[in-house]
Write a protein that binds this ligand. Structure first.
Ligand code: 2AM
Ligand code: CA
Length: 278
């Protein structure tokens, strides 16, 4: 039987490439920066224009599908995941990197049907790396198959995380204590590339062995989740239970022992849900 979602994926690749081109062109010009929830939560005109381009292109072809886009949600659209085919879009993942021209800036799109991710596309556009994954068909970077490192030993691992926007003192303390606990296992190191979607792809291609984060959103995770899973990675909730796309938190790893060890080391702070806020 023909794959019903392959055509959507092929179209998504084309739209994502156009979006990446728009971002790279914007990087050549002055960037006007605006604030969202706090002085360190940034947005630019390019975030908004790229999301408009992606949503209008897809809507034209698939008018009955649903959309959850970072900038549309910021403007008041609901972020409820239903059984309807749904495109979950981050037009620029790594907006702070974009503003500083720090070279990890991505377009991330995940496509769900009945709340399950069917495919994911992440385009790290400055690096010109296009990551793609269709459920059951493997993960690829620029067309070449990728897989996780398979590392089992946490002491031999490189771990990714991000520092977050909210500077609630208690969250800040837990975030720092978590990093200290992980560094003293010890691990080889902790890195913060600044784009959740790129982080997931770095684990998917074996350049890092784990990534954990509390406070991100479904649009930061949806595309990367498909890529990581298809590359043979493990994805769990920060507490070790099943991963929940709307839960705003995750641990991913190259193997189950590494994921389980991180679950033990990490103290969880509340970060809300995407489907109950705003
Ligand atoms: P963004 O660039 O789309 O805003 C770096 O902090 C990474 O975490 C980026 O992928 C950033 O996405 C994402 N992120 C989104 N919301 C966040 C939040 N509330 N706290 C921390 N990181 C967040
Ligand atoms: Ca974004």
């Amino acid at each position: 039987m023909a794959d019903p979602w392959q055509e959507c994926m092929d179209y998504c690749v084309e739209v994502t490439k156009q979006a990446g081109k728009m971002i790279c062109e914007a990087l050549q010009k002055d960037i006007a920066v605006m604030q969202k929830s706090s002085p360190v939560d940034l947005v630019t005109e390019t975030d908004q224009k790229v999301e408009q381009l992606i949503i209008s292109s897809i809507k034209e072809k698939y008018p009955t599908h649903s959309f959850i886009g970072e900038e549309s949600v910021a403007a008041g659209s609901p972020s409820l995941l239903t059984d309807n085919p749904t495109w979950i879009i981050d037009p620029i993942d790594g907006t702070t990197n974009f503003v500083h021209r720090f070279p990890f800036v991505s377009v991330s799109i995940g496509f769900t049907v009945k709340k399950k991710v069917e495919f994911g596309i992440v385009y790290s556009c400055i690096e010109d790396k296009l990551y793609t994954a269709r459920k059951g068909k493997g993960a690829f970077c620029n067309g070449a198959p990728i897989k996780v490192s398979g590392q089992q030993d946490i002491c031999q691992s490189l771990v990714l995380t991000e520092m977050g926007f909210k500077k609630d003192p208690e969250h800040f303390r837990i975030m720092m204590d978590n990093m200290k606990a992980i560094l003293t296992i010890p691990v080889h190191g902790i890195r913060s590339p600044g784009s959740a979607a790129v982080n997931m792809c770095l684990v998917a291609c074996g350049a890092a062995d784990a990534y954990y984060h509390m406070g991100i959103h479904c649009w930061d995770m949806a595309g990367g989740a498909a890529i990581l899973t298809e590359a043979g990675g493990v994805i769990v909730d920060i507490s070790g239970g099943p991963f929940d796309l709307m839960s705003r938190r995750l641990i991913i790893a190259s193997s189950r022992p590494i994921a389980e060890r991180l679950v033990k080391e990490i103290t969880v702070f509340p970060c809300g849900r995407d489907d109950t806020e705003g």
